[in-house]
Design a protein around this ligand. Structure first.
Ligand code: MG
Length: 258
């Protein structure tokens, strides 16, 4: 991956917003289908069909060999869960769905974590803190701020509420590639990070564990789970840096969230 941050023109941002709106609409559509008894492969099929119907291509399918269109990660799974007809949603689960598309040469990428049926109060708190930490990060998306301002906003908010942020996986720049520089960690790293410039587009994606921050990868080579098997949540938006502040390209993924 090249190390240069690629700035986008206003007309490119317009296309990226369209790409991200296909993602946002897919996530909203999936939400209507999430219920006990549904398999994660059924969700994957719905997502792929929806994306293709809207003149886009699922971005994750085949990416480094990933078998699904959707990353679906349940409960102690953090990210990159593989859709399967053997995985059946049940009451009390939490499901993280991460989706990306390629549209007119540009990528969109967003994620939400949703309850299946009824979940307990502490789990509900994990979801709302993770979601809120994303918006705390987005507030920092201002010209002249640094990536570290975005990272620290997530970490501070999450840790204040007694949860931990995953370190092994991070957010990223996005554009004509799904993953572009710079990396967007959800925690403070040593050293100076890049300044935010108008025209940058970043996918900010806090992954938050109810227990410790350590994770491990299952033998399928993809599924990331918490090392202590505690629950994990994940929210993501693709956000453009503009002279007027942050522009959430994937807006609408989490309307009426509760
Ligand atoms: Mg992403």
């Amino acid at each position: 991956m090249a190390s240069v941050i690629i700035l986008k023109s206003p007309s490119q941002l317009k296309i990226m917003e369209e790409a991200n709106q296909i993602v946002a609409q897919t996530l909203s559509m999936l939400r209507e289908h999430i219920a006990p008894g549904v398999t994660t492969l059924e969700l994957d099929t719905l997502a792929e069909k929806f994306a293709r119907k809207h003149d886009s291509v699922p971005a994750f399918k085949g990416y480094r060999g990933f078998p699904g269109s959707l990353c679906v990660s349940l409960n102690d799974q953090v990210v990159h869960g593989i859709p399967s007809k053997k995985v059946v949603l049940k009451d009390g689960d939490i499901i993280s769905i991460d989706f990306g598309v390629q549209y007119k040469g540009f990528f969109g990428d967003a994620a939400v974590t949703l309850p299946v049926g009824e979940i307990d109060t502490q789990t509900r708190k994990l979801l709302s803190v993770t979601r809120e930490s994303l918006y705390k990060a987005i507030e920092q998306v201002q010209v002249g701020n640094r990536i570290s301002d975005v990272s620290e906003a997530v970490q501070e908010y999450v840790e204040k509420h007694g949860f931990s942020v995953v370190r092994q996986f991070v957010g990223h720049g996005i554009g004509q590639s799904l993953h572009e520089p710079p990396e967007i960690p959800n925690y403070k790293r040593n050293g100076r990070t890049a300044k935010l410039m108008s025209g940058m587009v970043i996918a900010i994606e806090p992954m938050v564990n109810a227990g410790g921050h350590e994770v491990k990868i299952l033998r399928d080579g993809w599924t990331v789970i918490t090392k202590d098997r505690s629950l994990s949540a994940h929210f993501e938006h693709s956000v453009a840096v503009t002279d007027n502040g942050p522009l959430i390209l994937s807006h609408g993924t989490d309307a009426n969230f509760n």
